[in-house]
Design a protein around this ligand. Structure first.
Ligand code: F6R
Length: 609
């Protein structure tokens, strides 16, 4: 998630932008840059790497000016390097833009502009915005931006300055955050409040489709029809630390709550209005894809759990055998891999040592390697043949949540794409599934809107010694993820057992009051799960059941507490059912006073074997 800062006033801009960008560092970034209106020109300085690289340069090469925009980039289109870093300028250098989000139709727009003789320097979608604005610019920056926006699809927030307009700074938002800071003789824009707090606590929150036109002394907010809007300023009372977490107590909770957006960002650019899937990132032809006779998914931890869910979906949709291997095991077992194997390496960080080593092992044996990763330019993304980026935004909390959900979305899309190619599903059947995938963000939100129910259970159960998760079929995989989340952040021992396997040993551990979390979301396995719940209840267990809304009443007879998730296709339930489990782990850890964002003994990226 990129960070934007903009300033117009009387003070020197560079120090203000750099301080603001530092305050946005928590969002994660791989490069940084500024564009300053200096000596009647737009001067851009931008570098790959930490902010200190840019800061050191600007200290040695001062850039005077009282209008400017700054940016920390988290790469989505094009690897992290100096050229792809923001700000981006237009062909004749008239317009400079910083951007957070994704312009979904940027390739189409880029080709259209190229057809008009406009040359591009970077691989980014952002450069298209700068070029479009200049293309439409006839002396009125607001009008040019309004025209450009009409052409753009996607979710984005942008900051714009123009060489001909040293008295104007513009911000615009559509589905991505942008706040306007209100000063005296100076005004600001930023992606997030921490960047502004040193200078002002009075802000305007822009609504979707609104544009803020800032001069030193004035702020005008225009709606999408160009009408001026009246807005009451909001006075910020939070301290910097809670502002960084968007008002949430922990990054983990923030990231759980960002999941509807993470799913939207990963899914929507890859499906069109007719619910057709376009995976431009897969450079293999249909014929080549059709030649694979098996798929192996390699990953570790939470990413491996996403792989298990992916296996279920891909096998069901595309009828190709899929194996899921723990990366640290795969590399030492002399695996059966050849040219007809498609290897999918799933990794949030793209840096996990075991996953990387397993990828190399398979590549050496001739497999075609596709990675599903969240970090552009990561080692795994560089070594894979093809990359499917999840666009969850940076994940700061050690416990993975939003990355996991987007990995499942990615694997479902790959499964459906293969299914249509192989003819195991018709175009209409695939379109039906895509239509339901599109409903998932709202359904996740519906669960998040009632998180107090889950908090109430956690507040009663946080003293458990051991917690057991049971489920069948795809629910077993979600159970595994729920169990891992609980143990890693609350330090309670927990196990996930396939429900039918309980009576073969583990049931001996149940005592009066032992907490069993039972997932019963699969219509075809539902009766069996009801029996398993009765079985553990008869041994004194306290049963919390997770089921679809339509089964709620029936399940109430077999469980002590029922949490329901919105109805959805059986294959997609993991995307919804994991949310209450993440929240349960989170609120249990809060009740136990654990260090949630940095659990003991764990690291965000495991780069050693
Ligand atoms: C658990 C968790 C880990 C990671 C695992 C793989 O919440 O985050 O289990 O999933 O270390 O990491 P990546 O996905 O970066 O390869």
């Amino acid at each position: 998630m990129c960070g934007i800062v903009g300033y117009i006033g009387e003070k020197q801009t560079v120090p203000i932008l750099m301080e603001g960008l530092e305050k946005l560092e928590y969002r994660g970034y791989d490069s940084a840059g500024v564009a300053i209106y200096s000596q009647e020109d737009l001067v851009v300085k931008k570098f790959k790497g930490r902010l200190s690289v840019l800061a050191d340069y600007l200290e040695e090469n001062p850039l005077p000016g009282v209008l400017g925009i700054g940016h920390t980039r988290w790469a989505t289109h094009g690897e992290p390097n100096d050229i792809n870093a923001h700000p981006h300028t237009s062909y004749h250098g008239k317009i400079a833009v910083v951007h957070n989000g994704i312009v979904e139709n940027y390739m189409k727009l880029k080709n259209w502009l190229k057809g008009k003789g406009i040359e591009f320097k970077s691989e980014t979608d952002t450069e298209v915005i700068a070029q479009l604005i200049e293309y439409y610019y006839e002396g009125n920056l607001v009008e040019a931006l309004q025209k450009a926006i009409q052409k753009m699809e996607g979710a984005y927030a942008i900051g714009v300055i123009c060489k001909d307009q040293p008295d104007t700074l513009i911000g615009y938002r559509k589905d991505n955050p942008l706040v306007v800071g209100i000063g005296k003789g100076e005004n600001f824009i930023a992606s997030d409040i921490p960047a502004l707090l040193k200078h002002t606590r009075d802000v305007y929150f822009l609504e979707d489709g609104e544009m803020a036109v800032l001069t030193r002394d004035h702020i005008t907010i225009l709606n999408d029809l160009g009408e001026e809007m009246n807005r009451d300023p909001f006075h910020v009372t939070w301290d910097i630390e809670s502002a960084e977490k968007g008002g949430y107590q922990h990054f983990m909770l923030k990231e759980i709550n960002e999941q509807p957006k993470a799913v939207r960002d990963t899914l929507f650019p890859r499906v069109d209005k007719e619910n057709r899937i376009k995976l431009d990132e897969l450079r293999l032809t249909g014929e080549e894809l059709n030649q694979f006779n098996k798929i192996i998914i390699i990953a570790c931890g939470t990413a491996m759990h996403a792989g298990l869910v992916g296996k279920y979906a891909i096998e069901k949709f595309a009828r190709i055998p899929v194996e899921v291997e723990i990366a640290s095991e795969f590399r030492y077992k002399d695996p059966f891999v050849d040219k007809k194997t498609l290897l999918i390496a799933v990794s949030q960080s793209g840096e996990t040592a075991d996953t990387l080593a397993a990828l190399r092992e398979a590549k050496g044996k001739g497999a075609h390697v596709l990675t599903v990763t969240n970090v552009v330019g990561s080692r795994i993304s560089r070594e894979a043949h093809d990359v499917f980026y999840t666009w969850a935004g940076p994940e700061i909390a050690v416990a993975s949540t939003k990355a996991y959900i987007t990995q499942i979305i990615a694997l479902n899309l790959i499964g459906l794409y293969l299914a249509e190619l192989k003819g195991t599903m018709t175009r209409a059947e695939v379109a039906d599934k895509v239509a339901e995938l599109k409903n998932l963000p709202d359904k996740i939100q519906a669960i998040l809107d009632h998180q107090e129910n889950i908090q109430a259970i956690a507040n009663k159960q946080f003293n458990q010694q051991s917690v057991f998760f049971i489920g069948r079929g795809i629910d077993d995989y979600t159970s595994k993820e729920g169990s891992l989340k609980l143990k890693e952040i609350s330090y309670i021992h927990s196990e996930a057992i396939a429900a039918g396997e309980l009576k073969h040993g583990t049931i001996a551990l149940l005592e009066k009051g032992t907490l069993v979390i039972a997932l019963a979301t699969q219509d075809q396995l539902y009766d069996k799960m009801l029996s398993n719940m009765k079985e553990v209840k008869a041994r004194g267990a306290f049963v919390v059941a997770i089921t679809k809304e339509k089964s709620r009443e029936e399940v109430e007879e077999s469980a002590d507490v029922v949490l329901s998730i919105p109805d959805t296709d059986n294959v997609f339930t993991p995307v919804l059912a994991v949310v209450p489990l993440q929240l349960f782990a989170y609120y249990t850890a809060v009740a136990r006073g654990a260090d949630i964002d940095k659990p003991k003994n764990l690291a965000k990226s495991v780069t050693v074997e």
